[in-house]
Each structure stands twice: as C-alpha cells, then as structure tokens.
Ligand binder design. Sequence first.
Ligand SMILES: [Cu+2]
Length: 234
Amino acid sequence: MNDIIPTYDVWWSLFKLFTTVGLVIAGGVTLFYIYTLFRYKSDTTPEDVSLREAATGIRRILIETKPRGVTRVILLLTGVVVFTLIVTTIDETIYLEYTPTEDAFPVWVTGFQFGWEFEYEVDGETVKTVGYVVLPADTVIEFKVTSRDVFHTFGAAEFKVKVDAIPGILNTMWTKTPPEPSVFTAYCYELCGVGHSFMTAKVIVVDKDEFFQAYNAGPEKFKAYIEEVAAKYR
Ligand SMILES: [Cu+2]
C-alpha cells in the first residue's frame, strides 16, 4: 500500500506540468508579440486605408493564406504540446479513477440537505457519524458516496478529488490520507439549496495504529473512540 501515489501528489504533478507549459508558451508568445510590434511597424499613416478595406484585407489573408514556413512549425509545436498534455492527463485521470488496492478502507458517505453522514462497517455492524469523519493516517480510503435528496458533490481540497453524490447511485472515490494526523474540512461542491455553503464535515485524521486498535475492538469500543476523538474538535 506504500507505493500508492496519493491523489494530492498526482494533482500537484499535473498542476506543475500545466503551469510550466503555460508559462513557457505565454513567455514565447509575449516575446514574439513585442518583436513583431517593432519589426513590422507600418510606415503608412492610418488615414491611407479605410476601415472597410482593412477588414476585407484581413479576412482575405485568413482565408487565402496556406500554412507554410513558420506557420507550419507553430502548428506542429501546438499539436505536440496539446497531444502531450492530453496523453499525460488521460494517464493520470485513469489512475485517479481506479481504486489502486482492494485493501482500501471503505467509508460510506451520504449527503443530505445540508450535511454529511458517514458509516463504517465494524464486525458486520454499522457505526454512524454525522458532520465528521475520523480516518486513519497514511491509509488508502475508498469513499462510497450517495445522497438521500438532491445532487451534492463530496470532496476536500486536501484530497484534490471529489465525486458526485446522487440519490440512488453509489459513486466511489479513493484517496490516501496524509501521513501525519491532521484536521481539515470536507465540503459540498454542488449548489444544492440555501444551506449549501454550510454543508461541511470535519475530517479528522488520526494515528493509524490507534485507529485500527479501536476499530478491531468491535463496534461499541470503536463508536466510543471516534466520539471521543471528535469531542476534542468541537
Ligand atoms: Cu450539497
């Protein structure tokens, strides 16, 4: 399970790739623009050409000019850049879509107007929390997400992934929790009514050993443990 790249690392690698390519191209285009401003500065005064003639001229150039020389190179470069970005993104998207291990820890999530309910399966019994979820650190989690009323979207900025919560449909989303205990907030990412902005849930990431010790002690002990943890953050 340790060789699994967390969803937030995948996101950052894509972010850096797109930002770098974007900045390089923006820099090149800006320099080229400044160069052409001076290089092809017109000697004629604006009064020489009427607006109507100028418009016709530009349209004619766009229609009649066949790509050649520098234009071809630019088109080829654009093609290469776009193709590379598409290929990289498909690769990463498939990775994010696919749950990387069957050992992922399952948590059921139900959205409602306006909050989140979480369910754990402990020894065949269901342990429920509302408004918060306690998760083990450094663990692959599989969220099984649905809704009991309207469309919502479950996610947290720290995970860098989100998934639709739709009544009657069980969507899944995987993520890997941070290596150290931490607390952050999950949000609803789809406008779902007047209370949408307040539709949050506290995500409490705790020590992995401590979590599984409580989890393996059975439903009663586990429920007491997560309630005790949550009480610290009220
Ligand atoms: Cu919502």
